[in-house]
Design a protein around this ligand. Sequence first.
Ligand code: ADP
Length: 444
Amino acid sequence: MKQIRRAAVANRGEIACRIIRTLRRLGITSIALYSEADEKALHVLEADEAVCIGPAPPKESYVNIQQVLHALRDSGADAVHPGYGFLSERAAFAEAVEEEGILFLGPDPDVIRAMGEKTQARSSMENAGVPVVPGRTIKDDAVQAAEAVGYPVMLKASSGGGGIGMQCIRSREELEKSAASISRRAETFFGSGELYIEKYLETPRHIEVQIAGDGTGDCRAVGLRDCSVQRRHQKVIEEAPASVTGEVRQKLVRSAVQAGSALKYRSVGTVEFLVENDDVYFLEMNTRLQVEHPVTELTGGMDLVEWQIRIAEGAGLEALPVNEPSGDHAVEARLYAEDPKTFFPSPGTITKWELPEEEGIRIDAGFRNGDTITPHYDPMLAKICAYAPDRETACRNLLSYMNKVRVEGIKTNRTFLIQVLENPLFQQGNYDVTLTETILKEVQ
Ligand code: ADP
């Protein structure tokens, strides 16, 4: 059992601020790492200590393993929290950190590596008895693989993420036309052009299970989230608990726990599934804290960052509140610095920032008035969660709060979020991953 006294946060923006809040509550000294562009950023201001790790481009600072390791050594950190994005799912980073005798607040490097490569993840899940989306790796011939699976198919990059390098393909002609360019794109983004093929599901819901494991095989399902409100395969609005039948819930929980136990998963993680007609298919596993974790915290009554710390210190999971929704409902909207119609990022300086505190609303933000949003980083400004005893009230409160939010100086997707929250299908909870496409078509 090692007690963490000094923890570094290798991230920025809202997630760095959110992690620092928990560190402060636990009496752990927080060390912010920041790039030259972030010298005056909120996460630097809120941390107890701060270390500059280099120039603004992520490759020279936030994803530069050597720079981050230097800062960890120099600052005498006992542990590092990687947040999400940046180095959070880089096995080589977790390995290097552990070699320094510093605790990595996440899973074992081998698990990160195995789950980061999607075809490998699929086969280890199949071995663990978890149902996966029917699919094929492409050996020599993509056409042959697609025909074995049956059109329509989803062509995916094995090392992909963030919805990049993924395309629905409905015919052999389309496949022959697109495969090479998708592979090149994957090569550019992920350093590997390897593709694989999955059956394309027309109207699935994206439902994921938050898990926690102690590293010995004890793994628990903490709660379910519905993340089907997506644009271009990227989540926009998430909610917990997910509305599924008892039978589907059982299948999801069983599969997620089977997955985590088989991997001897340590720390918190997420097993993502597509659900269609009561069938459940493993999609991928994310070996980090997810953007949308607050909806689980709000409905489950736990602090997932605190659990990452406790588990890293060697605690068991006995006290973890699992799988018993309190009855509350939470809905989260992601506020981005982007044009609400074209969805292009909108960097610039914030001249007005009004996200007032309100009962039943949790704000996770990383910025304030006067801050500059640079094109170097993810344009997410804040996550806004409403929680209430029932779904209808939570959704209504989120909509009325979004109508009050005022952010100026840059464009935001606020009006798009309002469009979704006002949509009757969303309000009825009657939607799948195609919802925003339908909404955006209606508007045109
Ligand atoms: P990424 O890692 O790039 O985020 P995922 O594999 O997690 O990609 O998928 C993201 C989203 O893309 C899913 O939530 C779903 O909406 C869509 N998607 C992925 N695979 C399929 C599929 N086989 N059929 C239909 N939609 C899919």
